[in-house]
Every structure is written in C-alpha cells, then in structure tokens.
Design a protein around this ligand. Structure first.
Ligand SMILES: C[S@@+](CC[C@H](N)C(=O)[O-])C[C@H]1O[C@@H](n2cnc3c(N)ncnc32)[C@H](O)[C@@H]1O
Length: 365
C-alpha cells in the first residue's frame, strides 16, 4: 500500500462538504457541475494568520484550490508595493455552501450577489437558477473583468455590473434573494429595499468588537428585516465598511491585578453581546505562549490591554477594562448564550441586536 499522500481533488472536496451536511442533494449536483479551479487565476496567495503567502507551482495551486480554504486573488486593491492585505478572494467552500444553504433558493427565484469576486458563487447560482435570474455586482473593475471572462469560458452569462453594491442596481426591481459575499459593518437599509417582502438576505457582518458572523434576514411587509445570527464568518469587508484600526491611545497606562482571562472574551456570543452593549469599542487579539492578549479602545482615548496571566493596563479616561468585565458578568447572568441565540433587526433608523426574541433588544450601556 502506498504511503504517499493523495493530492486533494475537487470531487473529494465536494464529498467532504456533503459529509459535513452542508449540501442538499440539489446543491451537491450544482457544486459538482461547477469546478472551483475554473474560477481561480494563476496568481494567488494562501491566507496565513498574519500575512498572505504566494502560492508557487501547479501542485501547490491545485492543492489549495481543492481544499476547504479561501484562495486570495488580490492584495491591496490591486496596488503595487502595499502591505499585502487580501482584498479579493475565492471564499472558503464550506462557507459558500453554508451561505447558499441559508439563502434557501427555489426554482424561478431572482438572486442578487454583492461581490462577484472570481465569479464562482455567481456560477453556482447560475447552475442552480439559470443565467437570467442571477445578478452580481463587483466594485473593482479588474476583478469584474476577470470574473466576466471566467464565467463566459465556463458557459455562464449572469447579469453583471461594475459598481458599488451598496447602491441600488438601477432598474433591477425587487429580487427574491440577496447574498453579500463581502462583510458589512451594518446592513444598509438601501440593500433591503432591493428585496421583496418575504425575501431573504444572507450576509456576513464584521463588527468592531472582534466578531464576524453570518446573519439571515427576512424582509418584512414594512420594509424592515429581522433574522438570526447563524455562526461565525470571516469575510473581507465591503470597501466602505472596512473596520478602522484601533483608536490612538495617549498617555501613561495604569496597571491593576489580572481579573478575567482575556481568552474567555473570544467567544462569538459574547462578542455579539458586548458589541451591542459597548458600541464603538474596538477589540483585537493575538495569541501568546500563555494564551491570548487583547487590546480594546474607544474613540474618547479610553483603552486597555490584557494578556493571559498578566496584569491589566488601562489608559485614558474611565476604566474600560472594568466595563468589559461588567459586560462579561452580564453575559454570564443571561446564560452565556451562543451566537445562534442572537438576532438582528434592520430598519431605516439603523440596526439593533437582540437576544432570543426580536423584542429583547440589547441596549447600549
Ligand atoms: C470575498 S470576495 C467575493 C468572492 C466571490 N463571491 C467569489 O465567488 O469569488 C469579496 C469581493 O467583494 C468586492 N467588493 C468590496 N466592496 C464592494 C462593493 N461596495 N460593491 C461590490 N463589490 C465589493 C471585493 O472587490 C471582492 O472582490
């Protein structure tokens, strides 16, 4: 028996998605009919935790494309000599399968995708619904051109537009389903107005308080939308929704004894809770040999950093770490709910996170 590792193949990838319960029989047929490799250009990068690594050689390229990993297809919005941040990709196949499952499409429905990227999701939707019922918009003209070419080489002709997907598609009329494949900091009301009452919107949200989560919203008769969070999702953000860096932290810090292990804060349920209780507070984190270090900041200059097993340092006005700990104890007192217990309501006045019931809105402190 050979001990050599088998190179991953696309049929094996689709099989693995089906084995994980991520594909209905119909979506499995669709995935099988649309090989991912047809939509991935030659020059790509692998996303590592702290940087993007170029992928060299056909074997490495094929191994990445046939794996359940995102394939980065553009850095720094296409600019030369930038910091190397991923700005377009062919998304992780299991995430694509989850999102298409949540979209709950039926024959004859019209779908709109925001973020054409490589064209792979648009091709899957065309295979499922038919070219004429699929619309997809991409902001970056170079990426859009590559997607148009890949789609037409693969035999698909959806309606494509180069432009800002946050703005209404002129003359499109209401669609049944909207999927955003770039992350939103908040769901723009203008997007909902493109979807008919009873229609569904699936989107990843990227909040300031460390959370990336999928949301599935149902548009109501009055034009508002309500629905649950459906697990974590890390997506590259819509260009105008990029989460800014941490606020500047002025002055000297004040140390205090360690309290809550910051590793406990990296829980999606808590991130959704704290994000709603402490709007505008940004949190980022990094692994350390002992556990994790987090940094939190607020626009008024309040900040704190805490690392597993070390003292807490607080900066600027107020005591931001105490506020974070207070939010944690509140979260404990409501039963430490998983992300799936939270939901979102979007109206023309903004969006609100709720817990277990749309009437139980989590108000800012
Ligand atoms: C993760 S990629 C999309 C992957 C794609 N669905 C696929 O199948 O390959 C996100 C894309 O969203 C695009 N994007 C960012 N902001 C946008 C906006 N305002 N309107 C439309 N597209 C946008 C990016 O240029 C990028 O190509």
């Amino acid at each position: 028996m050979s001990t050599e590792q088998q190179a991953p193949t696309y049929p094996a990838l689709v099989q693995a998605l089906a084995d994980r319960g991520l594909l209905t029989a119909r979506w499995r047929q669709v995935f099988e009919a649309v090989p991912r490799s047809r939509f991935v250009p030659a020059e790509v990068w692998r996303q590592l935790p702290d940087r993007c690594e170029p992928v060299a050689g056909t074997d490495e390229w094929l191994a990445l494309v046939n794996s359940d990993e995102p394939v980065v297809t553009q850095l720094d919005d296409g600019a030369e000599g930038g910091p190397g941040i991923a700005t377009s990709s062919n998304s992780m196949p299991s995430m694509v399968a989850r999102m298409l499952g949540l979209l709950d499409v039926e024959d004859g429905m019209r779908a709109l995708e925001i973020g054409t990227g490589t064209g792979y999701v648009a091709a899957l939707l065309c295979e499922r619904l038919g070219d004429d019922l699929v619309h997809s918009v991409e902001l970056d003209p170079v990426i859009a051109r590559q997607a148009t070419d890949a789609l037409s080489r693969a035999g698909y002709r959806p309606h494509l537009r180069v432009g800002d997907g946050e703005q209404p598609w002129p003359g499109l009329g209401p669609v049944d389903r909207l999927i955003s494949t770039c992350a939103l900091r908040c769901v723009p009301y203008a997007l909902l107005r493109q979807v008919r009452p009873g229609g569904i919107v699936v989107a990843p949200l990227a909040r300031e308080f460390w959370s990336g989560a999928l949301v599935q919203l149902c548009v109501q008769d009055d034009g508002t939308a309500v629905g649950p969070f459906c697990g974590g999702a890390t997506y590259m953000p819509m260009r105008s929704h990029r989460v800014p860096d941490l606020h500047k932290v002025p002055g000297k810090g004040r140390a205090r004894a360690a309290g809550l292990d910051p590793a406990r804060l990296l829980d999606l349920g808590f991130a959704l809770y704290a994000g709603a209780r402490l709007p505008g507070v940004r949190l980022i984190h990094q692994g350390t040999p002992a556990g994790v270090q987090v940094w939190v900041t607020r626009e008024n200059g309040a900040a704190a950093t805490a690392a597993t097993g070390e003292e807490v340092w607080q900066y600027g006005p107020g005591l931001l770490w105490e506020e974070i700990e207070q939010a944690w104890w509140e979260y404990e007192s409501v039963g430490r709910p998983d992300a799936e217990h939270f939901g979102l309501t979007v109206t023309d006045r903004g969006q609100q996170v709720w817990l277990r019931d749309p009437h139980e809105v989590i108000r800012p402190r």
